[in-house]
Unconditional design. Sequence first.
Length: 265
Amino acid sequence: MISIFIICTAGCTMPFNENSDKENEEFVGCAPGIENDEDNDSCTITENDDSNEILLFENQTSENENTENENTENENNNTGIYEGMNVPNFSSLIHYYNSTNWENFELESLFDDDWNASENNTSKWITIIFISTDCSHCWNAGDEISEWEPMYRNKTQFLILAVNFSSSNNFNATPEELIAFQEKNDYFGCYSNTKNCNERPGEPHEFPYVDDRNQSIMYDWEVTGTPAQFIIRPNGVMEWNMYQHRTSNGGDGENFEQALTRLFG
């Protein structure tokens, strides 16, 4: 069986290198330093780095500066967020649909260490989506997510990781807002504090939401904006990383929906 995680965050973004038209066309979503625009699908970027790179965290160095150290560490322990690597475990609070409480959760609790791709078994994969309840593009993606999860729930577990943007006062969702976004409850504050969460497109999401409002998991997973998607094999090995399939990164251009169809369709 397969598990799917979805992570959301507040705000909108475009790719880091604005000078690349191809890259701008690839990603539509939200990121720190970008304001929502209700009239357009794009976002206005506030640059905060001379290299035209938007940094998610104040203490974050550029991607190029981190690459050499990260590659060395990953080669030593084979733990990382790139395809073919064992994904890093995380612990947080999780909210199940229609539950009155948040519960302790660890990602590795979903892993099946004995899973073998050559055998026909029922172990679920894991699909992770990072979102923000204040992000306009995550708001609009609510409808697609509502369609994908029922189609593939027998093969993969969807998980939403809900984040805040520390760089924007409009992306500071409360736990109540996360639940309202998930279940489409009557709560005003979604979409950068401009909409009632019960107006979100799509149906209630009957799958778990994980609290990453402090962005700790988002940082570890090198997520630069939302929505961002990852697909993990039942044994905890990364199968599909959105960033590796961007043509601007030398990828094949396969998008999330196409990956779901190829793996589970």
